[in-house]
Structure formats: C-alpha cells, structure tokens
Design a protein around this ligand. Structure first.
Ligand code: ARG
Length: 465
C-alpha cells in the first residue's frame, strides 16, 4: 500500500493521487500570497483554543513560535511550497508539524480549511481594499489640483462627441472626481459587509468544541462573527461585490483613458502626455503613443471578466463549500493587481500632462458652441424658447454657408433672419461668458470649479486624519 501519510487527509486513501491531478488540484501558485493572513488567522485560532482550555499553554506557545519561524522562512524565501500539499493552508500546517510535532497537529482542532480559507481571503482582501481606496483618494487629489489649475481653461463640451457647449477643463476633471468618490464608497461598503469572521464555522455545521467565536473575530479585527456557519463557508458575495466595485472603477478609468487618447491625437491636440508614460513605434519615427491610457482602457476587459467568472462559477453551487470556489481567488487577485496598477499609473501620469489651452479654446470657439446662449439671450428679450431655437438654427445655417461664426454676423444678416435678432446679442457671445454664466452648484463656471475644488481638498484631507 502506498504511503499516503504525507497528505493531511490521507487516512482513508489507498492509492496515491494522480500526478497531473496533484498539480491541477493545487492552488499554491495563487493562494501562497495569503501566507501572512493564514498565519495570523492560525494564531488567533490557537489563542482562542488555549483560552477555552482546548489547547494547553505549552502547545499554544510551540504553535506561536513555530508559526513565527515559518513566517520568517517564507519572507526570507527559504520556504518551499509544494503542490503535493495543495494549498497555502496545508503547506504551512505541515511545516508546523515538522517543526513542533504533535502540537502542530492539534492546531486544526475545531477548524476546517473551509472556514480557514474564507477567513484568510477576507483578511487579505480587506487590506488590499484599503490600499485600493487609498489609491483612489490619491488619484482624486491629483485631479482636484489639476482642476484648480484649469478652473478657467475653456474647452468644448461634447454630447454625441459633437461640440455642444463650452465647459472648463477643471469642471471636466471634477466629473471624474465624483465618479471615483462613488467608487471609493462602493469599496468601503463592500469592506464593511465582508468584515465578519467565519472562523468557528468549521467544515459547514460548526464544531462540537466549546469555542469562543467573539474572541477570534475581535482579535482579527472583524466587527463580529458571521451569523450562519453554512453561509460563512459558502458565501463568496464579498468577492462578487469587490469585483463589481473594481469593474465599475475600471470602466471609469477606461472612459477617462478614451478621452486622453482622443485628446492626444493629431486631430485634437488638446493635451500631451509625459514621455515617461508613452512609447514610440519601431517603424514610424514620428509616433508617440498613449500606451498607458490604452492599456488601462484594455485592463477593464479582464477586470470585468473576473466579475463574470465569479458570478458564473457561483451560480449553480449548492451549499456549502464546493471545490469550484477555489477559482474565486484567481479572479479577484488578478483584478485587484491590475486595478491597483491602473490607479497608480493614472496618479503618476496626470500631474505631467501638458494642456494646450490655446487649441482647446479655439476648438470651443468654433463649431457654434455658443448657440444655446444666443437662444437664451433671445428668450431674455421675450422670444419664446422654441422660436429662439428656430432663429438660432437659421443663424447657424447662415454662418456655415458664409464661413463665419455667430458673433461676427452683421446687421443685415441678423435682420434677414429675424427682426428680434440683434447684433448686440451676437457680439455679446463669447465662450468666457458662456462658462461664467453657468454659475450654480454643479455648473461649469470657473467660480464654481474653484469652490468645488476647495471643498474636495478639505474632504480628501479629512480622510488622512
Ligand atoms: N484551497 C482551497 C480553496 O481555495 C481551500 C479549501 C479547501 N477545502 C476543501 N474542503 N477541500 O478553496
């Protein structure tokens, strides 16, 4: 009979695991990164077992010493993870037993890998979520500073990617600050919901030992123990939520990327991104490509893919734990690594962005971006809005034919279109007046942008306190 004793679960087996299955089944390449959380979780569990009289003081001390040594071995790169031991949990436990003997074998009392993995993953993702929120906050402050600088930089605002009305660049950038605020909020909400401790749920039904779930929850920084053992070991909605939050944030970054790419094109020439964030072409010497926004736009695909993967993986699973769930980590780790990278690149790249104010201004001044304001002027002179719309529409038609702009129409041209249209009205049109006039909360006026940027600054600083 083969010796199956090196497997922690080998007791009832007669033949060894197929070699390919061993590799296929293993998750160490993905979950080894949770080693610190696995060790922290084990320490909390051991301390609780000891306090409850389930584990002796002596065993408890050996376990703590052994786990600390293992932590050192992993951090110095000495530790060898083996796929024969499947995952991070059994690799660490088996090394512990190698080191301290029977005490190591007692650690798994009143515990299962099912509540262990649920705990480790929550702990690991909790700190990764905190880092992502910090990165979002940093990107927001970069954008707020830029918005201040460009509170009165005028650019065309678009709908349907057609020139619509002039806006300020600062206003445009603050739009993303709002989106990222909601993103940070989604991560924070998900964090609150996932911050409950599954330890003690054991395999699925709880344990026969007199454990204290409140003490492990508290020592691991959870708000409370989870309320139902079956749910605790089979719930992966914290991963779904985090992936949903990550996907939405990635979509925001992707839309922003698309704009930067357009703005840097030879057709727009609104901005130039720093060389350090662009690359050239191996054949076309003139090229400077906005690779970073392109890549960030592309990353949204795999992050959304991770969300779809976890949703589909979980869809048909009966309670409680199923091995399918081992796939959960691949999706969320990949998404978090990439999202963190995207946020970092944007935070580092944007301060070096050069803005071509003249070209933006010229673009806002052509394409009849002031047409709505001319209609508003007519309305103020008593013309019903629908008539005003018609009059300005005709004026635009005239200007296109004559190759002029609205504000250069002469008396004759105005009178021919409508007696109510005056040269005073058209002369008064300027993109500066247009933006300055939208001076209310949420509007594009430089005044508002400065005010909002100042509010954001205070708001973002309060997160540092
Ligand atoms: N590596 C496993 C996972 O990530 C740990 C839990 C294994 N539990 C089990 N009953 N086989 O899901």
């Amino acid at each position: 009979m083969p010796n199956m004793s090196e497997k922690p679960w080998g007791g009832r087996f007669e033949s060894p695991t197929d070699k390919f299955v061993e590799a296929f089944n293993a998750s160490t390449d993905v979950d080894a990164r949770m080693y610190a959380e696995d060790i922290t979780g084990s320490k909390a569990h051991a301390a609780m077992l000891c306090a409850q009289g389930i584990l002796s003081q002596e065993d408890h001390h050996s376990i703590l010493r052994g786990l600390d040594e293992i932590l050192g071995e992993i951090e110095s790169g000495e530790f060898e993870f083996t796929i024969a031991l499947e995952d991070v949990h059994m690799n660490i436990e088996s090394r512990l037993t190698q080191k301290i003997g029977d005490a190591g074998k007692r650690l798994h009392t009143a515990r299962s890998r099912n509540d262990q993995v649920a705990t480790d993953t929550r702990l690991y993702l909790r700190s990764r979520t905190d880092t992502i929120i910090k990165r979002i906050r940093h990107l927001q402050s970069v954008l707020v500073s830029l918005a201040e600088t460009h509170a009165d930089t005028i650019m065309p605002g678009f709908t349907h990617l057609q020139t619509a009305q002039p806006v300020t660049l600062g206003h445009h950038l603050l739009a993303y600050v709002e989106m990222f605020e909601r993103d940070a909020g989604r991560f924070a909400d998900a964090r609150t919901r996932m911050n409950q401790c599954p330890l003690g749920s054991a395999a699925l039904a709880g344990t026969t030992f007199d454990i204290n779930r409140f003490s492990t929850a508290e020592s691991l920084g959870f708000d409370a123990p989870t309320g139902n053992s079956l749910d605790s070991v089979s719930d992966r909605d914290f991963i779904m939520e985090l992936l949903a939050a990550a996907s939405i944030c990635a979509v925001h970054l992707s839309r922003f990327s698309e704009e930067l790419i357009l703005w840097m094109s030879a057709q727009f020439r609104f901005i130039d991104l720093p060389d350090a964030f662009c690359t050239g072409s191996s054949i076309m010497p003139q090229k400077k490509n906005p690779d970073m926004p392109e890549l960030v736009r592309g990353k949204s695909g795999r992050i959304i893919g991770g969300l779809v993967a976890i949703l589909v993986t979980m869809k048909g699973l009966p309670l409680a734990y199923n091995k399918d769930m081992q796939e959960d980590k691949t999706a969320i780790f990949d998404a978090f690594d990439n999202l963190e990278g995207c946020l970092r690149v944007f935070g580092d790249m944007l301060p070096g962005m050069k803005v071509n104010r003249e070209i933006m201004h010229a673009a806002a001044s052509s394409g009849f971006a002031t047409a709505t304001d001319l209609a508003d002027a007519l309305v103020r002179a008593g013309v019903p809005f629908r008539d005003a719309h018609e009059i300005v529409g005709k004026s635009v038609g005239h200007c296109i034919k004559a190759g002029i702009e609205l504000h250069t129409m002469d008396e004759m041209a105005c009178a021919n279109i409508d007696a109510r249209l005056s040269t005073d009205m058209v002369r008064a049109l300027s993109v500066e007046t247009c933006v300055a006039a939208r001076d209310h909360i949420g509007g594009t006026a430089p005044n508002q942008v400065r005010k909002q940027a100042a509010d954001w600054k205070k708001n973002l600083e309060s997160h540092h306190e």
